[in-house]
Design a protein around this ligand. Structure first.
Ligand SMILES: O=C(O)CCC(=O)C(=O)O
Length: 313
């Protein structure tokens, strides 16, 4: 089957890699096709730990209340507070490296200092659920741009099959004009064994599939975004400080316990990671946290105030 450039997805395919693949190859495939399956990305022991942690929550979770989230679908967020083993999904080295590369953009002109999680969500599609409407998650942020703002990783806790409601995606649809509508049959099904992960860019049309099997289809979404965008989930509430304190620092930062230049997300003018560690109290020395351009400009102003008199008078 040929790979197309996204102008028509009929005849396209879902690229796949084994977990041993390199980040550069994975990144290139994801950027090109908008979609990538990494098979068996999670060690069996780690998957069992996630399963065990989430099991009581899947039992207790309520069904959705509308056609989009699904009336036969159980969903819940706040995953690190519910099942700490989910940290291993968010921090999976290959997936995290791919996400950082795709979202930060070119090293010479990055679009952000860092990435963060947009949301964490467990999704259990139950027998009888119909197909979800194809949609683009990046529509959370309605502004024109020429760079990626978000990307998702759907971790498969069950084998994902056409029959049980595996995620459906249209490779290449991230490059479509936004008024281009999907044709019947264009969405492909991300079938893969449990422990695999399907990645997709925020501009890719995708949806949960219909579950015509007799068993629930469980998956976990780790969604990543540019740190300077507001996330879909208020992760600082769903992972409050008393929980976050026990997580790895890399994950604390992905949750938003971090600063982003210029002056975004501080507590008392300082990096929230310091607040989380108890290093600052209710008052602290307010630090500048400026971009390189701002720093250069302010240095120049300090060296030669007369040259900037218009800005200072
Ligand atoms: O459950 C899935 O496979 C995808 C769900 C999805 O895209 C959504 O709920 O926005």
């Amino acid at each position: 089957m040929g790979v197309d450039n996204g102008s028509t997805a009929l005849g396209s395919f879902l690229p796949r890699l084994p977990v041993g693949a390199g980040a550069a190859e994975a990144t290139a495939l994801l950027q090109e096709h908008g979609v990538l399956v990494i098979e068996n990305a999670l060690a069996v022991r780690d998957r069992h730990a996630v399963d065990e942690g989430l099991e009581p929550w899947f039992e207790a979770a309520r069904h959705g209340a509308g056609p989009f989230f699904g009336r036969q679908t159980r969903r819940f967020g706040g995953l690190f507070a519910k099942a700490p083993a989910c940290a291993g999904l968010a921090l999976h080295p290959l997936v995290l490296e791919v996400m950082e590369t795709v979202l930060k953009g070119p090293a010479e002109a990055p679009v952000c200092d860092s990435i963060e999680l947009n949301l964490t969500q467990a999704i259990g599609i139950e027998p009888g659920e119909g197909a979800q409407f194809l949609h683009r998650d990046e529509e959370l942020w309605p502004f024109a741009r020429s760079f990626e703002v978000m990307a998702n990783a759907m971790w498969m806790l069950d084998d994902f099959t056409e029959e049980n409601g595996a995620t459906r995606l249209i490779p290449g649809s991230h490059r479509w004009p936004r008024d281009r509508e999907p044709l019947p049959g264009e969405a492909l099904t991300a079938e893969a064994p449990k422990g695999s992960v399907v990645l997709w860019l925020g501009g890719v049309l995708h949806a949960g599939g219909a579950n015509r099997s007799a068993a629930i289809r469980r998956g976990v979404v780790m969604s990543y975004k540019l740190a300077w965008l507001t996330g879909g989930e208020r992760l600082l509430l769903s992972t409050p400080p008393e929980v976050a304190r026990h997580l790895p620092e890399r994950l604390q930062r992905l949750l938003g316990y971090q600063l982003h230049r210029p002056n975004l997300g501080w507590v008392e003018g300082q990096d929230p990671i310091r607040w989380l560690r108890g290093e600052i109290g209710q008052l602290a020395e307010v630090h500048d946290n400026l971009s390189d351009q701002h720093v250069a400009l302010l240095d120049a102003v300090e060296r030669d105030p007369a040259a900037f008199a218009g800005y200072l008078s």
